[in-house]
Design a protein around this ligand. Structure first.
Ligand code: GLU
Length: 308
């Protein structure tokens, strides 16, 4: 069934009050300046039909959603070698937790979609490619978003670098454990840079649509990454993409997704849709307080769960 503009507008209006149930991220001071009432969505199907609603033009930083791009790049470039350094299990801890680095998995982070794991994934790339690594990651982001104009938000980047001591702790701990050899500051520079790209929900929908089409651009037929990488990415997004409520989200929504503390969520409906949502007010787990119920209603109304 096609998702109609009217239905999407209606749904967005119904869900908008949920923005009041959340709070802006404040640990990166610059994120605390967003408008908490914002709610926007963009959905693109495989034929290129696009519907958008609400505050779909608002720009925001991609934050943790960039971990999906880094994962795709690393899987394409280094394949299964990645998993010598990182696991694929859920943590049940918050996205920037350090505790399991010491207590589980030989010092290896549990999965590539939490901070510790994304830092380890980035270290793989920086170790092999040096400064070129950031360029290559940025190029992949722009290609998948079909938007060569994407820019880094330097104010957020500096805010994050200034206040990123927990990420520094995660990186130094792993360096100390010999999980990686690259310079910690170079790795963090690449990690923070990727988190600070400014996007709109349409960019997220475009990225998601290519993952939904197993790595091939449905418009041009260009293969951007392999179907093996797409399959692994969708799987890890399903099990680990929504912080420590990934299980609950799989039950209630059932769409492989990745959220970020900027309030964005990238969602992949395999073979059907790429979806981007934005709602910067976050629930206690760090997911968009209105974005999650919006996706839940969409999933129920249009039977989008991959488990149905
Ligand atoms: N840049 C953020 C951090 O590292 C990303 C966190 C997130 O979006 O989950 O703290």
């Amino acid at each position: 069934m096609q998702i109609s503009q009217d239905r999407l507008d209606q749904l967005l209006q119904q869900i908008r009050p949920c923005t009041r149930n959340g709070r802006l991220a404040s640990y990166i001071p610059e994120l605390n300046k967003a408008d908490p009432d914002t709610l926007g969505i963009c959905i693109i199907d495989m034929d290129g039909n696009m519907v958008s609603s609400g505050d779909y033009e608002t720009r925001f930083t991609i934050q943790s959603i960039s971990k999906v791009i880094t994962l795709i790049y690393a899987l394409e470039s280094y394949g299964d070698r990645l998993f010598t350094r990182i696991g694929v299990e859920q943590t049940a801890d918050s996205f920037n937790s350090i505790i399991k680095l010491e207590t589980r998995n030989d010092g290896k982070p549990l999965n590539p979609l939490i901070n510790a794991g994304a830092i380890a994934t980035t270290s793989f790339i920086v170790e092999s490619e040096g400064r070129e690594g950031i360029k290559n990651l940025s190029a992949l982001l722009k290609a998948l978003a079909k938007n060569p104009e994407l820019k880094i938000n330097e104010i957020v980047l500096n805010s994050e670098k200034r206040t990123g001591d927990t990420n520094r702790a995660l990186a130094y701990f792993q360096h100390g454990q010999k999980i990686f050899d690259a310079s910690v500051e170079d790795v963090l520079d690449a990690y923070f840079t990727m988190c600070s790209y400014e996007v709109q929900v349409k960019d997220l929908a475009n990225i998601a649509r290519i993952i939904a089409n197993n790595g091939t651009d449905p418009e041009t037929g260009e293969i951007l990454f392999s179907s093996k990488t797409a399959k692994m990415t969708k799987t890890i997004m399903t099990t680990c993409g929504m912080y420590d409520s990934s299980g609950e989200f799989a039950l209630s929504v059932g769409i492989p997704s990745k959220s970020g503390v900027g309030g964005g969520i990238l969602s992949v409906v395999p073979g059907k849709y790429g979806i981007g949502t934005l709602g910067p007010a976050l629930d206690e787990k760090g997911n968009s307080a209105a974005g999650v119920p919006l996706l839940q209603r969409l999933s129920e109304d249009y039977d989008l769960s991959i488990f149905s």
